[in-house]
Structure formats: C-alpha cells, structure tokens
Design a protein around this ligand. Sequence first.
Ligand SMILES: [Zn+2]
Length: 236
Amino acid sequence: MIIDSHSHLNFQAFNQDREEVIKKCLKKDLLTINVGSNYLTSCQAVKMARKGVYASVGLHPIHVEKEEFKFKKFKELALNDYVVAVGETGFDFLRNKNVKKQKEVFFQHLKLAEELNLPLIIHCRKAHDELLEILPDKVFGVVHCFTGSLSQAKKYLEKGLFLGFTGIIFKLNLDRVIKEIPLERMLVETDCPYLGDKERNDPFFVEKVIERIDEIKRSSEVGKVTFQNAKKLFSI
Ligand SMILES: [Zn+2]
C-alpha cells in the first residue's frame, strides 16, 4: 500500500475520467487524499470520498478574497467520516499579497481542525518565515509540497509537523533536506493535476517520487514508511 497524500481528483481536470482514475488507484493499492481548495471543490472531494479515497476540506490562500470562509458550512462538511484533514490553508505570497486576510482565514482553519481533532494540510509559498512566526508551538498536520530550506524544515519538525514532497523534487534540488530529515516525518504526494508541465499529473506519479526519495535516502522503505506516517497522521 502507498498513499498520495495530496491530490485533487476533485478538480475539473478529472471530470472526464474521475471514476476510472479512482478505480485504477484502488486496484494498485494506491490511496489518495483529495484536497479541497474552496467550498465547491471541498464538496466535490467529500462527494467522491470512500474507503481509500479520503477528503480534506478548506479554502486555499489564493481564494480567500473571492470567497468567505464559512466556518459552519465547512464544519458540516468536515463531519463526514471520510474527511481526514482540514485544508489546504496557509500563506501564498507568490500569488496573493493580502497577508492579513490569509492570516485571518488560516486561524479559522486552525480552530476548526482543533475542534474536530483533525490534522491541518498547510500550503506555503514564499512565506515560510512568516508562517513559522505565527504557528503555535505544536501543530498537528503537514506542510505540503515542501520547498523551503533545511533550517525551515527543522523548525517545522520541532513543532511536530510532517513535510510532504511532490514531483517538484525533480525540478528543485531538495536533496539535502530530504537526506537530513527523518523518513518518519515525511509524506509523499503529487498535488495532481498540477506540477505536470504539459501533461496532466495524476496520482500514479507518486511512485516516481517514492523511487527518487529512496535513491536520495539510500532506502527501499519510502513507500511503506510514508504510508504508515499518513495512516498515523490522518487516522486512516
Ligand atoms: Zn494542492
């Protein structure tokens, strides 16, 4: 069993063949967590959720100005049995400069996650130091698609967070971070349909991410251990 801990099979890019892709994943013992980026895609993630196809609900930092975070509505969604996390939420200073609004919405997610005892899926682009500054001492969750420095990685680990790695490790050199941090705190993911250059990325690509991390860490257990990590973090 392996798990793509951050995918978006709930997005439009999969409208034509969503069920096919899900069936193929399950047949390969590849589980997915499909992450909502606004209320609509969060609903879609919940609608398609089942055993092995889990959901997370949240409002992505790039959408916080277009859409209000309706706490009660997201809470209702999050009460579904197959919702295993809250997010994605966080900071994206590359695409949204409104720090105040992103902060406000992030704390709402944190509150929801704490109320429901669910882990947080955190998105962070060009804002690691700012995020580290406002995070509580202990946070239950994952910083997904990690691309920061080793010292930032260590600070997240100190707070109890996991770090998720995508196919971006083929584009940016994150070898040192990957080598230094314990496998027990890592997750693997695709963030599909994104990060696929021209072609659509899909959950099967997580096998390539696992292979590459195995190489960097001189291990053969990345698939197995990241699955156990996800099982623990998301209580699945
Ligand atoms: Zn995502």
